[in-house]
Structure formats: C-alpha cells, structure tokens
Design a protein around this ligand. Structure first.
Ligand SMILES: C[S@@+](CC[C@H](N)C(=O)[O-])C[C@H]1O[C@@H](n2cnc3c(N)ncnc32)[C@H](O)[C@@H]1O
Length: 206
C-alpha cells in the first residue's frame, strides 16, 4: 500500500515538473516562499535541508539571502529534481538528491534547519516523517513546516483528482505530531490565506 501510494505521488509530480515553475500555482508558491523567508533565522554557515524541494525555488531563494548557506534538496520525483538541477545557480553550495521523506538518507544531527513547503499534505506516514526530521536536526535546530491548515476536521482529508490523497493538519495536530518526535512548537504564522507556517525547535543538549 505504502509503495503504491508513493509511486502514484511520484508519477503525479513527474508529470507536473516541466510546467511547475510557470503555471499559476507557482506564483502562489513563490509568494509563500518570500513570506516564509521573513521568519527564517539561521546560524552562521548553516546546513539546511529542503524536504520535498520540488524544482528548488525555495533553496535558490535561501542561498541568495544567506551567502554562506549550504543546502540539500530532497524529493521523490526525478523530474522535479531534473528541473532543480538544471536551474541550480548555486552549485556546489546547493545539491539535489532523490529520496523519501519517510526514510532520510542522512546521518543524525546533520542539519541546522529543515524546510518543508507544501509537501507535508502528501505524506501517508506523517509521524514517521516528523521523527526523521527530528533525527537529522542538530540540537537547537529548527523545522519550518509550511502547508495549508484547515480549521474544520471534516475537510482535513481529501482525494483530489490529479493529486491523490492529501491531508491537512490543524495547529494543534501539528503541535502534537511535533511533540511525538521531541520537537517543541515555537509559533504559528499565517503566510497567505490558509497557508500556515509552524516553527519547531529541537531542544538543545543540556
Ligand atoms: C507541491 S510540491 C512543492 C514543492 C516545493 N516544496 C515548493 O514549495 O514549491 C510537493 C513536492 O513534494 C514531493 N513529495 C511528495 N511526497 C513526498 C515524499 N513522501 N518524499 C519526498 N518528497 C515528496 C513531490 O514530489 C513534490 O515535488
């Protein structure tokens, strides 16, 4: 079931990749990225991961703003990654690799920040992804989770033609998912309509 689910998502995004950066939704994503940046706080020489990086637009923006940042984009879709690599103005500071959010191919504590923009809604195993994010974050690191958040529970799970099954999480559900992985919620910020940024921190070592 998990394998079919993931392979369907891969097909959806492979098909979408060539037009992803010029279709109307991209204007929406770019606005979300711009507003997200206003909340980003990184240490010197940060190492960051963009989970579900798509065509790499968010990492490109982060690398332009933080000159000493090194970033890894991970995505399920080889076609999204192909576009991201073609447009990569910051190689070798930015690299792109194929993988699944549910089992990250990284050592523990490797990143100062993890970003996840409009991708969490696609995950079949959100708890597993949260625990992987917590694992790869360094102590004191931050997780920036950006996704649509609906208030009504009735609308929280949908099957959309072309996108498959998706799921939205309320601010409280996000907090408890984070807590189950040992992450502490530092705040919620609406970026655009129902698109909500939740910032989590991994507690520093005492
Ligand atoms: C709507 S796009 C968002 C892309 C980018 N983050 C942005 O803000 O423009 C969602 C991305 O999540 C990726 N994705 C979905 N499920 C995934 C999973 N389980 N593991 C890794 N990537 C996944 C898709 O391949 C797609 O590129």
């Amino acid at each position: 079931m998990t394998r079919d689910f993931i392979s369907n998502k891969k097909q959806v995004f492979d098909r979408w990749a060539p037009s992803y950066d010029w279709l109307l939704p991209s204007v929406f994503y770019q606005t979300v990225h711009k507003r997200l940046l206003e909340h980003v706080d990184l240490p010197p020489q940060p190492k960051v991961l963009d989970l579900g990086c798509g065509t790499g637009r968010l990492l490109d923006r982060l690398a332009a703003k933080f000159a000493d940042l090194r970033g890894t984009g991970l995505d399920l879709s080889p076609e999204m990654l192909r576009v991201a690599r073609q447009k990569n103005r910051h190689h070798p500071r930015l690299i792109y690799i194929e993988g699944k959010a549910e089992s990250l191919p990284f050592a523990d504590g490797q990143f100062n920040a993890v970003f996840n923009s409009i991708s969490f809604l696609h995950y079949l195993e959100p708890k597993q992804v949260m625990s992987e994010v917590a694992r790869v974050l360094s102590p004191g690191g931050r997780f920036y989770l950006v996704d649509t958040s609906l208030k009504s529970k009735a609308e929280s799970q949908l099957t959309l033609a072309g996108l498959g099954k998706i799921r939205f999480y309320s601010p409280q559900e996000r907090e408890s998912l984070g807590a189950s992985a040992g992450l502490v919620c530092a705040g919620h910020y609406y970026l655009l309509g129902p698109v909500l940024l939740t910032i989590f921190t991994k507690p520093p070592l005492s």
